[in-house]
Design a protein around this ligand. Structure first.
Ligand code: SAM
Length: 281
């Protein structure tokens, strides 16, 4: 395949656009990655330079072309039961605490936001963990998962819920049988009972406000903020605070931190925080 060159100016224009619209921080080191990921798309559109492609994207008033672009640029890598200790902590500590709190009597829903859900593995893992926890429990609480991402392709895959044998390798065999319609080749599709627990929606973290009516008990935003700079990360964490209940849990990726000066969240253990302060900014 032909490789189209990208010069410094073109890279700067594209990286500024992606940063402004999606918060993704494409440093100089990502130049080869951007070139590689956009090349096929640009060739398929019959453009011969990144400048032509940039003009095409920025002149599109529907906003669709820029979504196609971020679709190619964003990293959607994920897998089932990633950073497993979060799920253990969820079922051993967080869910019992919510069930024993006064809220369990007042509100009948546990709301979980899987923020940056990629191809769905994290949201389905959450649904499995919740099903396993609530299975035989005579609970009034109904768990509901909102799973969001900016990538249209990733969301399509997530809604389809189909995973290859390798993709499902993180799911223990007994849970594969229980929660997936399995094929002979080891691949499988998430069963309706899991799908019914999750609402997949497109959402850009850079929006000023999010369209949520109710606040969340738990937010998972893992391996997303590594792509953001500190300013963008702090702004997003402030928004999370706004949409979370007091004393609700925030899980971030193991390689991420909230920063020491954050007064909105108390550190519980690595990559696990409790929202504090009842007033939100
Ligand atoms: C590496 S995946 C993380 C998937 C999953 N949370 C995990 O830990 O396995 C990061 C996801 O963040 C999404 N993302 C990046 N920037 C975003 C933005 N501005 N708004 C919404 N989602 C975004 C990407 O599309 C990608 O699917």
């Amino acid at each position: 395949m032909n490789m189209i060159e990208i010069n410094d100016k073109e890279f700067r224009k594209i990286s500024s656009l992606v940063y402004d619209r999606f918060g993704i921080n494409l440093t100089e080191k990502k130049k080869a990655l951007v070139r590689g990921r956009l090349n096929k798309l640009i060739l398929s559109l019959d453009f011969s330079s990144f400048s032509e492609y940039f003009d095409y994207v920025t002149k599109d008033s529907s906003g669709q072309k820029i979504l196609d672009m971020v679709d190619k640029i964003s990293t959607n890598h994920s897998y089932f039961f990633r950073e497993k200790d979060h799920f253990t902590y969820l079922s051993e500590t967080v869910l019992p605490a919510i069930c024993n709190s006064p809220r369990a009597d007042n509100d009948k829903k546990i709301r979980i936001w899987c923020a940056g859900c990629a191809n769905g593995q994290e949201a389905y893992t959450l649904a499995i963990v919740l099903r396993e926890f609530f299975g035989d429990r005579n609970s009034q609480l109904k768990p509901a998962i909102l799973a969001t991402d900016i990538s249209v392709t990733a969301l399509k895959n997530a809604i389809e819920g189909y995973y290859t044998e390798e993709g499902l390798s993180g799911v223990p065999k007994n849970l594969q049988q229980k929660y997936f319609n399995m094929n002979k080749d080891g691949s499988g599709t998430a069963k309706k009972e899991l799908k019914d627990m999750i609402l997949f929606k497109r959402l850009n973290f850079m929006n000023q406000n999010f369209p949520f009516k109710n606040k969340f008990d738990i937010v998972f935003c893992r391996n997303v903020m590594i792509y953001f700079d500190n300013e963008t990360k702090d702004q997003l964490v402030t928004k999370f605070h706004r949409y979370m209940l007091d004393k609700s849990w925030l899980f971030i990726g193991h390689s991420e931190t909230l920063g020491r000066s954050n007064n909105d969240f108390t550190y519980i253990k690595p990559s696990t925080y409790l929202r504090v302060g009842s007033v939100s900014r």
